[in-house]
Design a protein around this ligand. Structure first.
Ligand SMILES: Cc1cc2ncn([C@H]3O[C@H](COP(=O)(O)O)[C@@H](O)[C@H]3O)c2cc1C
Ligand SMILES: O=C(O)c1cccnc1
Length: 351
C-alpha cells in the first residue's frame, strides 16, 4: 500500500536560491527588465523546480486518466456513459483533440484505464482498472478509502515511470462522462461553497438538467457528509477514480521535482485535493488555462494560480494544459537562448 504520508513529507519546496540566480540572469538579457512578463515568471519557476538556472529542454507527456461515474444514472451529463470507453479507443487511435494538440506540442500521450466500466484491452492502453466505475455518489460513497488510495498509487507509479524515462514536465488529462459532477462536489466540499456556485454545464446540459445536477450534488454531499479537513475522505466519497489518479500524478511529480501543467476544471479539482493534502506541492504547478466551466475560477483562486491561457475551452482531456506547453517552451527558449547585454554589446539602462 502506498505510504502517502511519507510522500507528503518528501515533497520539498522549489529551490529559492536557483530562482534568485535565474532572476539575475533575466536582468542581464537584452531586453528591458521585466518586458517578457509572464514568460520570465515561468522560466523562474522552472528554474526553481529543476534546480538549474538554465533549465533543460522540456520532455513532455500528458497523462489521460479514464474512468466512469455511477452518478451518470441520475442524468447529470449531456452524453451517455458509453462515450468514456469509446473515447479511450479514440485516444488510442489518435483521433481526439488531445492527440492532435499533443502531436503539435511534441508531447507523449499516456492513456490509462483506471476505472472504465467496460472491458478494454489494447497493448497501447495502460490497464490499471481499480473497479468498474464508481458507485452512485447520490446514494453512498463513490468508492472506499482504500480504492481512492489505490488510484492515487496508480498515478504515482505512472509519473515515476515517466520521470525515469526522461519526462520532465507532465500535463494532467482525463476522460470520464459525469466527471464535472464529481469535480463540482469536490470543489463545493473542499472550498465550503454552495453547490450552485461551482456547478456548470459540463458537456452542454440544458437549464433543467443543470437544476437536476445541482440537486444531485447537494444530495451526494448530504448523504456522504465528507470531512472537509480530510481531502482523502472527500475524494473517496464524492470524487472519481481518474481524479484520484491525477492526485497521484501531481504528488509523484512534485516529489520528483517535475513541473505539472494542470488542465481545466476536473484536473483543477485533483490539484485542489493534492494541494489541500500537501500545500508544498503547489510550487510545482502551472495552471494551463481557465476553463469555461464555472467553479474553475474559484479553484485557481484558492490555489493562488494564474492561468496561462483563456481560450474559452471546456473540453478536458488535458487539452488546455498541452496548449500551455508551447508557452513553457517559449519561456525556456528566451531564458536559455537570449544573449546578455555584455555578450551582445548592447548598452544597459541609464541611471
Ligand atoms: C465526445 C466527448 C469527448 C470528451 N473529451 C472530454 N470530455 C469531457 O467531458 C466529460 C465531462 O462532462 P460531463 O460531466 O458533462 O459528462 C469528461 O469526459 C471530460 O473529459 C468529453 C466529452 C465528450 C462527450
Ligand atoms: O474544464 C474542464 O476540464 C472540462 C469542462 C467541461 C467538460 N469537460 C471538462
Amino acid at each position: 500500500m502506498l505510504d502517502l504520508q511519507s510522500i507528503r513529507e518528501a515533497i520539498q519546496p522549489i529551490n529559492a536560491q536557483v530562482v534568485e540566480e535565474a532572476r539575475q540572469r533575466q536582468l542581464q538579457l537584452t531586453k528591458p527588465a521585466g518586458s517578457l512578463g509572464r514568460l520570465e515568471e515561468i522560466a523562474l519557476q522552472l528554474a526553481g523546480i529543476t534546480g538549474q538556472v538554465k533549465p533543460p529542454r522540456l520532455q513532455k507527456a500528458v497523462v489521460v486518466m479514464a474512468a466512469d461515474h455511477g452518478v451518470t444514472a441520475e442524468g447529470v451529463s449531456a452524453y451517455p456513459a458509453e462515450v468514456t470507453p469509446q473515447m479511450v479507443l479514440n485516444f488510442l487511435a489518435g483521433g481526439a483533440a488531445i492527440n492532435a494538440l499533443s502531436k503539435q506540442a511534441q508531447a507523449e500521450v499516456v492513456v490509462v484505464d483506471i476505472g472504465v466500466a467496460s472491458e478494454l484491452s489494447d497493448q497501447r492502453l495502460i490497464s490499471r482498472k481499480i473497479r468498474w466505475g464508481t458507485a452512485n455518489m447520490a446514494r453512498g460513497a463513490a468508492m472506499t478509502h482504500e480504492e481512492a488510495l489505490q488510484a492515487i498509487a496508480v498515478g504515482y507509479e505512472i509519473v515515476t515511470r515517466l520521470a525515469e524515462s526522461g519526462t520532465n514536465v507532465v500535463a494532467t488529462g482525463e476522460m470520464g462522462i459525469g466527471n464535472t459532477t464529481a469535480a463540482s462536489a469536490l470543489t463545493a466540499a473542499l472550498l465550503g461553497r454552495d453547490v450552485a456556485e461551482v456547478t456548470g454545464r459540463g458537456t452542454g446540459i440544458n437549464d433543467q438538467q443543470l437544476a437536476q445536477k445541482i440537486r444531485i450534488i447537494e444530495q451526494a454531499l448530504a448523504t456522504n457528509q465528507p470531512d472537509r479537513s480530510d481531502p482523502l475522505d472527500v475524494l473517496a466519497k464524492v470524487g472519481g477514480l481518474e481524479i484520484a489518479g491525477l492526485v497521484g500524478v501531481i504528488l509523484g511529480a512534485a516529489e520528483r521535482k517535475m513541473a505539472v501543467v494542470i488542465d481545466g476544471f476536473i484536473s483543477g479539482a485533483a490539484a485542489l485535493v493534492a494541494v489541500t493534502y500537501c500545500p508544498t506541492s503547489r510550487d510545482y504547478l502551472f495552471a494551463g488555462h481557465i476553463s469555461v466551466e464555472r467553479g474553475h475560477r474559484l479553484i485557481v483562486e484558492a490555489l493562488a494560480l494564474e492561468p496561462l491561457l483563456d481560450l474559452h475551452l471546456r473540453l478536458g482531456e488535458g487539452t488546455g494544459a498541452v496548449l500551455a506547453f508551447h508557452l513553457l517552451d517559449a519561456a525556456l527558449a528566451t531564458h536559455n537562448g537570449m544573449s546578455t547585454f555584455g555578450e551582445a554589446g548592447v548598452s544597459e539602462k541609464e541611471g
